[in-house]
Design a protein around this ligand. Structure first.
Ligand code: HEC
Ligand code: HEC
Ligand code: HEC
Ligand code: HEC
Ligand code: HEC
Ligand code: HEC
Ligand code: HEC
Ligand code: HEC
Length: 430
């Protein structure tokens, strides 16, 4: 049974307590020379590692110098002097869900028993000097009088959504290590509302999203995100090598979700319109860390392209307005619901009447030619459509140019909107 006397400095002890043979022998050896505070993590004894057994003569046991037992022999975790030491330090625990925790994470570790600052006063209480990890992101950790620890980075002081950010040192149970205790699982908005942690955080297994593939990356001061290197742009949004939703950032895959919408319909190669890429609607990042990319709100910016200078998208409803691409071909006058599925027919954006039918909402002399003269589109737009009104040159359709090609000869000048040298009639304005 150890007494309070064990806690006094060696010189004092070896003079007055010569009967404590182990201690006087130890104190006579040269290794008791103080070499300054020990900041080398490798030298810090944690359970399972070899350490100077003399360190556990007053506190700890054969496994670790950390309590239990405490200086007064206490072993109960409800005892402040014992508390959650072993839960923090145990090798088996640290290897499953967090980076190793060392004595130096909470104490200035003496390199020798006689080191100044070690057995320094009569209160027998250890000094708590939090290490740099606990202070990450400006956290200012403190051990409070009631045994609780507050503002500790490791327990999520700087994160959001945690249910137990102020754990109590001598209340030891499994609660403080549950996934939602330090931060939400997942954290609340603006974090993506997606439970599939592994798709964006490489430290977590994608299989169950709770097992850490590399525990040393968790609670190490850095939020690890998928890098997107090597084609992994689909790791946070998109899937199967395609970075466009589905799935969106919240994991939705249905078309009705605004994050999903008509992405795949636009990006698919088409037989009737030009190719559309991400860059027609977004500024495309060159890497995950590109400043144009993740700005914290998890809302994709949709600036559209030069063809659609006035276009806007309303996030709540998914309604796009002032579009050229869905307009009648004469300006930024189209509107479209991004989330409602439906095939685009030839009348969806502009009129496409058959010969003999009215073409009232089309420009110039369309109505006259189509309704009165029974002309088909191909008579004037032969570069784009054939006689069956099939688009033959998708790249020229919805490209911003009104393409006129008259198979029977003659030409059209878009500047003054006049035709000349036609087989059908004199030169006329449209
Ligand atoms: C997560 C923080 C943390 C870590 C890591 C930690 N300790 Fe402690 N330690 C504490 C707290 C909290 C107390 C209680 C302080 C008090 O009583 O006010 C304490 C108390 C002690 C005491 C005094 C015990 C007593 O009887 O009063 C010793 C000795 C000690 N620690 C040694 C160690 C050693 C050795 C290690 C590494 C093997 C270690 N600690 C790791 C937080 C930690
Ligand atoms: C002679 C008994 C004794 C021995 C041997 C001993 N300690 Fe301590 N240790 C104490 C006491 C007493 C405290 C409480 C500190 C106080 O009273 O200020 C303490 C506290 C600590 C703490 C908490 C931080 C602090 O300084 O308050 C650490 C860490 C620690 N000891 C590590 C070690 C290591 C490492 C060794 C081996 C090099 C060691 N101890 C050997 C008695 C001892
Ligand atoms: C003791 C507090 C604590 C607990 C319990 C905890 N985390 Fe964390 N977690 C953190 C901290 C702190 C971060 C901030 C990033 C860092 O330092 O690694 C974090 C970050 C993360 C991240 C972001 C990626 C990373 O590693 O940086 C994921 C994913 C995560 N935690 C998942 C989990 C899961 C799953 C569980 C349950 C098995 C869990 N966490 C339990 C403290 C905790
Ligand atoms: C769709 C991608 C995605 C998914 C899925 C995801 N995260 Fe994150 N997470 C992020 C991004 C992006 C950040 C970085 C935010 C930032 O730095 O502003 C982040 C940051 C974090 C952070 C640090 C928060 C902070 O305030 O700095 C934690 C903790 C975290 N994630 C935990 C989780 C957990 C737990 C899960 C699963 C339950 C999860 N994440 C699923 C993308 C994701
Ligand atoms: C036709 C225009 C268009 C194209 C092309 C397009 N997007 Fe989007 N994108 C949108 C719209 C509209 C939204 C939903 C509104 C928003 O989130 O701001 C969106 C949202 C997103 C989001 C956020 C999803 C979420 O969960 O909120 C991501 C990520 C994204 N797009 C990536 C891409 C990538 C990658 C490509 C190319 C492979 C692409 N987009 C092509 C229009 C487009
Ligand atoms: C770590 C998760 C993550 C990875 C990996 C990722 N993205 Fe994103 N991406 C996001 C988030 C979150 C947004 C929403 C934008 C915001 O928060 O401002 C986004 C938005 C986008 C957008 C919409 C435009 C924008 O920036 O708002 C495009 C395009 C895009 N990402 C392309 C890519 C490409 C290309 C890669 C691979 C280089 C990639 N993403 C990898 C998370 C990720
Ligand atoms: C998504 C909207 C949209 C749909 C659907 C659409 N068009 Fe167009 N179309 C346009 C726009 C915009 C123009 C204006 C010229 C341009 O930018 O190519 C145009 C122009 C044309 C022209 C004039 C030639 C040209 O390209 O300049 C013809 C002919 C035409 N469309 C035929 C069709 C046919 C046939 C279909 C059905 C297969 C169809 N369109 C479906 C938007 C659409
Ligand atoms: C008699 C020749 C002629 C016929 C037939 C014709 N167009 Fe046009 N089309 C034009 C001319 C000329 C323009 C105007 C170009 C300009 O504005 O400079 C035009 C423009 C358009 C535009 C752009 C929007 C607008 O109203 O100006 C669309 C869309 C279009 N045509 C579709 C069609 C479709 C679909 C058909 C068949 C149903 C068709 N056109 C038949 C001559 C014709």
């Amino acid at each position: 049974m150890r007494s309070i006397h064990n806690k006094l400095v060696c010189g004092w002890l070896s003079t007055l307590w010569l009967s404590l043979l182990w201690l006087s022998a130890a104190c006579s050896e040269s290794k008791f020379v103080y070499t300054g505070p020990d900041t080398d993590a490798d030298e810090v004894p944690t359970p399972g590692e070899s350490f100077d057994p003399e360190c556990s003569q007053c506190h700890g046991d054969a496994v670790s110098p950390a309590p239990p037992k405490s200086i007064n022999g206490g072993t109960a975790t409800t005892d402040m002097s014992v508390g959650a030491h072993r839960n923090h330090l145990a090798v088996s625990e640290s290897s499953t869900f967090h980076a190793p925790i060392l004595c130096a994470s909470c104490h200035l570790v003496p390199s020798e028993i006689q080191s100044p600052g070690h057995i320094d006063d009569d209160d027998n209480r250890a000094e708590i000097t939090f290490g740099t990890l606990a202070q990450t992101s400006g956290a200012e950790p403190v051990l409070n009088a009631d045994g609780s620890c507050s503002n500790v980075y490791c327990h999520g002081a700087t994160l959001s959504g945690g249910s137990l950010n102020t754990p109590i040192w001598n209340v030891v149970n499994a609660t403080a290590r549950e996934c939602g205790s330090c931060h939400g699982a997942p954290p609340p908005a603006p974090h993506p509302a997606d439970d599939n942690c592994g798709s964006c955080h490489p430290s977590v297994s994608a299989a169950d999203n709770r097992v850490f593939l590399d525990p040393s990356l968790h609670i190490n001061g850095v939020v690890d995100l998928s890098t997107g290197e090597g084609g992994a742009c689909d790791s946070c949004h998109g899937e199967g090598g395609n970075s466009a939703p589905p799935s969106d950032l919240a994991g939705n895959s249905e078309r009705a979700a605004v994050g999903v919408g008509a992405h795949r319909e636009h990006l698919a190669l088409s037989t009737w319109r030009r190719e559309i890429n991400c860059s027609n609607c977004h500024q495309v990042p060159t890497s995950v860390s590109d400043p144009l990319h993740i700005d914290g709100d998890n809302i994709a910016e949709v600036p559209f392209d030069a063809l659609n200078p006035a276009a806007t998208v309303e996030l709540a409803t998914g309604t796009c307005s002032n579009l050229y691409c869905h307009g009648n071909g004469r300006g930024s006058n189209g509107a479209m619901d991004w989330t409602i599925a439906g095939p685009m027919d030839c009348n969806s954006c502009h009129q496409s009447p058959n010969p003999g039918q009215a073409a009232r909402d089309m420009s110039g002399e369309h109505d006259k030619h189509i309704r009165d003269e029974d002309l088909a589109c191909v008579e004037c737009h032969a570069a784009v459509v054939d006689a069956n009104k099939q688009v033959v040159a998708p790249a020229m359709h919805i490209d911003g140019l009104r393409n006129i090609l008259i198979p029977t000869g003659g030409s059209y000048d878009p500047a003054n909107r006049r035709c000349s040298n036609l087989a059908c009639h004199e030169n006329e304005g449209w």
